[in-house]
Design a protein around this ligand. Structure first.
Ligand code: NA7
Length: 527
């Protein structure tokens, strides 16, 4: 049984069927696609190069699919996923519109009993979760939300029919990667757009462009090289750290390099830099100042520019939104930056948003307020393992896993794309292919040996916690409050750090998986 029909669930189903496991995918949405099914807001697209984001497992698929843009928008990605599903005849193994409410381990039968909200019950030897990292949206804890008289929605629950804001007064709360994508698009439509910003994020230009047929033909000849490159970089992207030492490169050369990164498409500006930028405070501060000047050069009103420059964290220590006309949007007369750090939102009213400074009249209010990241989708399901222990309780102070794949006390449950695994904070499809391939081989071995129960030893979980925590100290990510570190102001008790991510990078993670397999799946108890 697989929960979730997004990028991870689709590939998992493909692999499981291929290996002869009878498999069903349960999906809450009315159709497949996961993230790309739900996030229909204008401007939604990924920040990885399209041809590095598609699945790599089928040479035939790679040759058949033509990406239209270097960074594909949501509709194109959703079409791609549907194409994959059709090509490999996966749809008939998926059940839609059924949200899993409970998953209870039956100790007598060594099986998971899975209940859905619409009353269906399934039994399965293995339960594989592909529930998404950013699939439990959180709304702001602001009084009066229910009183708003206009249209209001979270970007993740975007109403399909809402595509045009012409003539409207629109409010957007939140300036993370989602807010940064949506603002420039709505700016062009709305009569007035109010962007309610609490903390600005460091952003850099995406530099998207169409892919010509000639380019696509060339890309098709280079897929081996493209995926090979992705395998070698920490994030599974086409961009990896520059090998030169920051201090050994003369300043003129460094600046020229930074200019070049800033002018190039994609995440190079973040993860293609000197490694020290994300590891050393002083180096980070220099690069941060460089980016701040770019914002000052783009935004005409100096007061607005200063407000758009983060002061609480260095560049790249939170997820860097790649933008297309975001800063330029604030040069328009109809776009207004509302600093809610300075004048906090007091309440949502029937006619708009009231801050301590004034009331903003709105026709539509968009919550780009983020997610209960990485563990939120798990917490929404009542997962009960051995001895009646609930996963929600076990993870209440933060997730506890071995390899990000299993938790002690929860036999036969595989948390694919879950916390502390190698797919979080990577170019997602690259990360999940690694994990799903590894788990698939593991399951084949278990089947061949007639193993009925598999779960990690407590000590293995503890060792993994140490490794995950130590890796947090290697980069500056832990210095910023963001979803990478489990921060969420809209959930009680989410102010401190939670160890959600494996920060060792994909090559190291793959090596760790290989070591464990080569040592006879060390750390797992098989019965
Ligand atoms: P993020 O990156 O978590 O951003 C959420 C934004 O919403 C962020 O600017 C928050 O401000 C803001 N926010 C949240 N609650 C409030 C309240 N109550 N008042 C004002 N502002 C608020 O979520 P995204 O959806 O943008 O991106 C998530 C990931 O999806 C992204 O990184 C990509 O990988 C895809 P804060 O910064 O906390 O002050």
């Amino acid at each position: 049984m697989v929960i979730g029909a997004g990028v991870c669930g689709i590939y998992t189903l493909y692999r499981m069927r291929k290996l002869g496991f009878e498999t069903v995918v349960l999906e809450a949405g009315d159709a497949p696609g996961g993230t790309w099914f739900w996030n229909r807001y204008p401007g939604c697209r990924f920040d990885s190069e399209s041809y590095s984001y598609g699945y790599s497992f089928s040479p035939e698929l790679l040759q058949e699919w033509d990406w239209k843009e270097h960074f594909a928008p949501q509709p194109e990605t959703l079409s791609y996923l549907n194409y994959v599903i059709e090509k490999f005849d996966l749809l008939r193994h998926m059940v839609f519109g059924c949200r899993v409410s409970d998953a209870i381990f039956d100790e007598a039968e060594d099986e998971w009993v899975v209940h859905t909200e619409n009353g269906q019950v399934y039994r399965s030897t293995y339960l594989l979760t592909a529930v998404g990292m950013l699939s439990a949206p959180t709304l702001p804890r602001i009084e009066g939300r229910e009183t708003f008289g206009g249209e209001a929605f979270h970007t993740y629950d975007w109403p399909q029919e809402k595509t045009d804001f012409s003539g409207e007064r629109v409010g957007v709360i939140g300036t993370g990667a989602t807010g940064v994508q949506i603002v420039p698009v709505i700016a062009e439509q709305a009569k007035e757009l109010y962007v309610f910003q609490r903390r600005p994020n460091w952003c850099a230009p995406l530099h998207n462009s169409p892919i010509t047929p000639e380019e696509m033909a060339d890309i098709k000849t280079r897929y081996d090289e493209i995926f090979d490159k992705c395998r070698k970089t920490p994030g599974g992207f086409l961009h990896g750290p520059d090998r030169r030492k920051f201090n050994e490169v003369p300043e003129v050369e460094r600046l020229a390099f930074w200019e070049q990164l800033y002018a190039s498409p994609g995440f190079g500006v973040w993860v293609g830099n000197f490694a020290e930028v994300l590891m050393d405070h002083e180096v980070n501060a220099e690069y941060t100042a460089f980016i701040a000047n770019k914002i000052r050069q783009t935004v005409k009103d100096p007061k607005v520019a200063e407000k758009l420059i983060p002061t609480d964290h260095g560049f790249g220590t939170r997820r860097v939104p790649l933008e297309t006309g975001y800063f330029e949007a604030f040069n328009r007369d109809n776009v207004h930056l509302v600093d809610v750090k300075e004048s906090p939102i007091e309440r949502i009213t029937p006619i708009g948003v009231r801050t301590t400074a004034q009331e903003y009249k709105l026709d539509s209010l968009i919550y780009a307020t983020g997610f209960d990241a990485i563990t939120g989708a798990f917490d929404r399901i009542n997962i009960v393992g051995r001895n009646g222990e609930s996963l929600r309780d076990q993870w209440s102070d933060g997730p506890l896993t071995y390899l990000g794949i299993q938790s002690h006390g929860f036999p036969n449950l595989f948390t694919l794309a879950g916390p502390q695994g190698g797919s979080v904070a990577t170019n997602f499809p690259r990360g999940i292919e690694d994990i799903v391939d590894w788990v698939s081989e593991f399951l084949v071995m278990l089947r061949d040996k007639g193993v009925q129960r598999v779960e990690p030893q407590q000590e293995a979980v503890e060792d993994w916690q140490k490794e995950v925590r130590d890796l947090y100290q290697m980069t500056l990510f832990h210095t910023a409050k963001s979803w990478f570190t489990g921060y969420n102001s809209n959930i009680e008790g989410r102010d401190g750090i939670r160890y959600l991510i494996y920060n060792g990078g994909s090559p190291r993670y793959r090596r760790r998986l290989e070591e464990v397999a080569n040592a006879g799946y060390a750390g797992f108890d098989l019965k």
